[in-house]
Design a protein around this ligand. Structure first.
Ligand code: ADE
Ligand code: ZN
Length: 326
């Protein structure tokens, strides 16, 4: 009980959050009405009822359909500002958020509208809520590397507004090896680099992300639990994993929270962090993820504290800002 309260109030870093995944059903329907977009849902209950996922792909299909209501800068502003208010109420003090430009530019939304809305919400969150916010541009792995390269180049007029490159979307069949050139380009630009790997995909995808993309963190990475040598390497090199327990349950990566490998990963000495992924779709923001995971796995206060501290260790913050946030 007391641990729960402490966890809710404790300062947190959120390192694995897709801003498009914070689109709550109420806002989805309101934006659909604003723009006259037809959605196959009569009301909020119908939207929530559709969120019965069986795999990553079954989620992505609905997630990209939901994102189709995001049309102009105001929509991106409303989306992000609503998230920052919830995050601040949840104890988040630092958020490194993913956004997926290709999901929007493919529908004719200008990149300028995406940046304009997101950056305006960031400025307000930093001024009024005391958050630090950083953006990580993600490229979609179900599309080609040439499209990823073109997306990164197209974003360079806004280079000062994002700190990193990420890789997300359908994992199986789209290994990190497919994206070596775009990650090399990102590194040459001085961007931080991260990739989703080992969510549904095999441990070898985690190795590829490390060796071929030279990523600084692995997003998810839970499949590493099936590879003892990889676990040792991740622990030795202290490569952070941005784990999202409620996401893993909802996407059937694990059968339930009690069987989640997080405890094993932590005990193997990895820098495990707890994050929320797409909270509007998976039934919980970061405090819910922490509290439910700590309870389901019977973690003690020391382990819970470790998870929180790991979030700040793994964050892409300069030392002065890190000290201010902790
Ligand atoms: N895009 C949004 N959420 C994702 C996830 N959990 N895995 C891959 N791509 C995503
Ligand atoms: Zn994710």
């Amino acid at each position: 009980q007391r641990l729960e309260e402490l966890l809710k109030r404790a300062p947190k870093a959120e390192l694995h959050l897709h801003i498009e995944g914070t689109l709550e059903p109420e806002m989805m329907l309101a934006l659909a009405r604003r723009h006259g977009v037809a959605l196959p849902y009569a009301d909020v209950q119908a939207v929530r009822a559709a969120y019965a996922f069986t795999s990553l792909q079954s989620f992505l299909d609905l997630y990209y359909a939901g994102a189709s209501v995001l049309r102009d800068a105001q929509d991106f502003y409303d989306l992000a500002w609503a998230y920052f208010q919830r995050a601040a109420a949840d104890g988040v003090v630092h958020a490194e958020c993913f956004f997926d430009p290709q999901t929007h530019t493919a529908r004719g939304v200008p990149l300028a509208a995406v940046f304009e809305g997101l950056v305006a919400a960031q400025r307000r969150a930093e001024a009024e809520l005391g958050l630090t916010v950083r953006w990580i541009l993600c490229v979609l792995r179900h599309l080609s590397e040439d499209e990823a390269l073109a997306t990164l180049e197209a974003a360079l007029p806004w280079r000062e507004h994002f700190i990193g490159l990420g890789l997300d979307s359908s994992e199986l069949g789209h290994p990190p090896a497919k994206f070596q050139r775009v990650f090399a380009r990102a590194r040459a630009l001085g961007l931080h680099v991260v990739a989703h790997a080992g969510e549904e995909g095999p441990p070898d995808y985690i190795r590829q992300a490390l060796d071929l993309l030279q990523v600084q963190r692995i997003d998810h990475g839970v499949q590493a639990v099936h590879d003892a040598a990889l676990l040792q390497r991740l622990a030795r090199q202290r490569v952070p994993l941005t784990v999202c327990p409620l996401s893993n349950v909802r996407l059937c990566v694990v059968p339930d929270l009690a069987s989640h490998p997080l405890r094993t990963l932590l005990e193997a000495g990895l820098c495990v962090t707890v994050n929320s992924d797409d909270p509007a779709y998976f039934g919980g923001y970061v405090a819910d993820n922490l509290v439910q995971t700590v309870q389901a796995l019977g973690l003690d206060a020391r382990a819970a504290w470790r998870l929180l501290a790991n979030g700040f260790e793994a964050a892409f913050l300069d030392e002065a800002t890190r000290a201010r946030r902790l």
